[in-house]
Design a protein around this ligand. Structure first.
Ligand code: FE
Length: 334
């Protein structure tokens, strides 16, 4: 008797698991994070849950407008994008919905998620100082603000102010110092430039290697990428502001669309993305830091040392973005 109950139960369970994969549950993700960085996650999730993730990649602004235009007809259940400024815009446009999840609140630190729970950071990118190990004594480095000091005249290299990463950095300077002081700092950077701003972070580092400048500001994963190509780079990372505000960080993150018809399934996937296994896949693919602080970074990333993050909520990167753009324009930061 007992055996037959167990048998019936096992039969029931196997029918259930068969049906859930046979019916092929699906979720649709629009992603501004590149395909090669997210596909391994989608594959891993399908293997674990049976849920297939369909996706469409593109630029953040384009995907945002697409969801807005498609409105209740959008197939997108989730938006994944880089930079808190972009996530903030998506929330402002009301295409992301607030979600309450103890798992997410527990896994993602407060400064890396929307206070209204419409988006959650999933990987952390630190925007820090990089310097020439041949021409800079790291003891002479201290903070982003100090790069405005005349001692760095003709030695600083920066990426263009058109990139959202620098807009977010300057937005955070405005929050910390007020607009007048932030402008003084940015003007100092501009007057210290060794060359016109570069189109990307890799160019900034290549310019330092080539001796065009001595110090710059980059996202750490670009440093990791360059290290993979060229060992023995005469460059090192420096963690600024360790006695005050901390290192400027940003995230790539995700939110659930306002129009999803599969909220529970999308939430289960988002919660999974904050779990230890997914966090490793998400961060390691791009040599970033897991947003979940209980998960350790890739050994290469860990070798760059620990640092204190700036704990100001990243929502400010969005809130102050327009002011940051105008400020950089006034300061002549191209
Ligand atoms: Fe990037």
């Amino acid at each position: 008797m007992r055996n037959s109950i167990v048998f019936a139960l096992v039969l029931c369970m196997s029918v259930f698991s068969m049906s859930s994969s046979a019916f092929g549950e699906e979720l649709v993700v629009y992603s501004a994070r590149k395909e090669h960085l997210i596909r391994p996650l989608f594959d891993a999730y399908r293997q674990e849950s049976g849920v297939t993730i369909k996706y469409s990649t593109g630029q953040a602004a384009v995907l945002l407008q697409r969801i807005k235009a498609e409105a209740e007809n959008t197939p997108a259940d989730m938006l994944i994008t880089v930079d808190a400024g972009n996530l903030w815009h998506a929330a402002q446009e009301k295409i992301l919905q607030p979600i309450y999840s103890k798992v997410l609140l527990n896994n993602i630190p407060a400064h890396l998620r929307d206070p209204e729970n419409r988006w959650f950071g999933l990987s952390v990118r630190a925007r820090t100082i990089v310097y020439s190990t041949e021409r800079v004594n790291p003891e002479t480095l201290s903070s982003y603000e100090d790069l405005a000091h005349p001692r760095w005249k003709g030695r600083l290299v920066l990426r263009t102010s058109k990139k959202v990463y620098n807009q977010s950095l300057v937005a955070m300077l405005i929050v910390e110092h007020g607009e007048a002081e932030a402008e003084r700092i940015v003007r100092g950077w501009v007057s210290n430039l060794a060359a016109a701003p570069f189109s990307n972070d890799t160019r900034v580092m290549e310019a330092i290697v080539a001796g065009q400048g001595d110090v710059g500001i980059v996202n750490t994963y670009y440093f990791g990428r360059l290290l993979k190509k060229k060992l023995n780079l005469p460059l090192a990372l420096f963690w600024p502001n360790q006695t005050d505000s901390g290192v400027h960080v940003n995230v790539s993150g995700a939110g659930i669309t306002t129009y999803t018809k599969r909220k529970a399934e999308a939430l289960a996937f988002l919660e999974w993305l904050s779990s230890e296994k997914a966090q490793r896949l998400f961060a390691d693919a791009n040599l970033e830091y897991p947003a979940n602080s209980k998960v350790s970074p890739h050994p290469i990333v860990a070798s760059w040392g620990d640092f204190k993050q700036n704990p100001i909520n990243l929502i400010n990167a969005g809130k102050y973005q327009a002011r940051a753009i105008r400020l950089m324009d006034r300061a002549g930061y191209k």
